[in-house]
Design a protein around this ligand. Sequence first.
Ligand SMILES: [Ca+2]
Length: 260
Amino acid sequence: MSRDTRRHAVMVLASASLMIAFSLSSCVPRAGTDVGNGFTSKLNMQGYQRPAVSALSVQLGSGVSVDGFWVTSANYQFQSGSDCATATGPVAFAGPVVADLIGAGFLGGPREIHTSGAPTCALEWSLSTLDATSLPSGAPAELAGSSVLLRGRRSDGVAFVVRSTSTSAIRIDADGGGTFALGSAAPIVGIDLEQVVNSLQLDSLSDNPIIIDDTHNADHLRDFESAIRDSSTLFGDNDNDGLLNPTEATSSNELGHGGP
Ligand SMILES: [Ca+2]
């Protein structure tokens, strides 16, 4: 595979990644419904890849196949203004909600949220967990008690499963220390699948199957959790369909980025 082709594949699958896609203006009309001093719109989370979303499995440039990627999240808060050193704003969407990241996103569909419409300098959201009795229809039973469940196969066919119980907050700051506008193009948050899977260093593990959780290969789990945080990226939903389309998951369309 040429470097360019590989790079493209990497970028694409980063998509198939865990893309927390939340659409602020996916409801009609385009720029959200102006209610009082803010916007009412929809929030979603999904996995995506370029050129097309696979609902069954995603193969990364590394040859790793991702067969399932589920994230439970909560407490979405947008911080308005340019001073992000202060406390975050009100909760726009409390959750918890389960997202199928290589499927259609939030189980049960996008969630309505309300935001001020003011320029925003950061978004915070948190990993969260649900017990077995609270899991929504469509969520795998293995997700109970975990915030992240990733299942896949290494290029040699060895199966792996990753479970995180982290409930850490993840913060996405506007690029360049500035602000991004909510309402003009719905923001979509994504986590780069290639980056997240690479963080697992699957080739360094000799188990079969490979289990990565709090009691198995925990050091790999910590790197995985950091990669979820660091790769969280905010994009604009330019065509306002509530989904992160291939042409939207680009660096030029990036509004903000997560990090330590
Ligand atoms: Ca879109």
